[in-house]
Design a protein around this ligand. Structure first.
Ligand code: FES
Length: 176
């Protein structure tokens, strides 16, 4: 019994981030300072700062995590826990257009699987993959809060609802 107890691991494991810390232009630092000034508790600025780091670096990479930990006075693990919870934060590189197909109940009942399959077939990639030209990444995510207009997906920050194969074709071909 006691040997089993000693095998229990803590909930948060240390995150190996490496030594590099991201740096930003004075303009971006100013933008970050402006967000920090809005919150009485530094860590409350974690999401807006994550969006800035992601925008500047393409995704939340390890040097970006180290930067956020320094600016917010948090552990790497604290940053990583938040980053891996939200589907709008990318912890690996994504294409120019990130297609996030909702796969939760309303969308599932109304054909989310077919939406994913159609995108997958059209782009030649599976969920979790990026096209060779770097234009599209396909992901499946949980409820995006647009259940009444299911099935739907999000491309970058835009919602596309009541999807049909024809509508998906039209949306994808209209992207510059
Ligand atoms: S179930 Fe798809 S948006 Fe809510």
């Amino acid at each position: 019994m006691s040997s089993q107890l000693t095998q229990i691991q803590p909930l948060s494991q240390p995150v190996d981030i490496g030594d590099e810390v991201a740096t930003f232009s004075p303009e971006v630092e100013e933008e970050i300072d402006a967000h920090l000034a809005k919150y009485p508790v530094r860590r409350s600025a974690i999401l807006p700062l994550m969006f800035i780091v992601q925008r500047e670096r393409g995704y939340l990479d390890p040097p970006g995590v180290a930067y956020l930990a320094n600016r917010l006075g948090l552990r790497y693990t604290d940053i990583w826990e938040v980053a891996t919870f939200y589907s709008m934060i990318n912890t690996s590189p994504v294409g120019k257009y990130h297609i996030q197909v909702c796969r939760t109940l309303s969308c599932k009942i109304r054909g989310a699987q077919k939406v994913t399959e159609h995108c997958s077939h059209k782009l030649g990639i599976k969920p979790g993959e990026t096209t060779a030209d770097g234009r599209f990444t396909l992901s499946e995510v949980e409820c995006l809060g647009s259940c009444g207009t299911a099935p739907m997906f999000q491309i970058n920050f835009d919602y596309h609802e009541e999807l049909t194969p024809e509508k998906i074709d039209q949306i994808l071909s209209s992207l510059p």
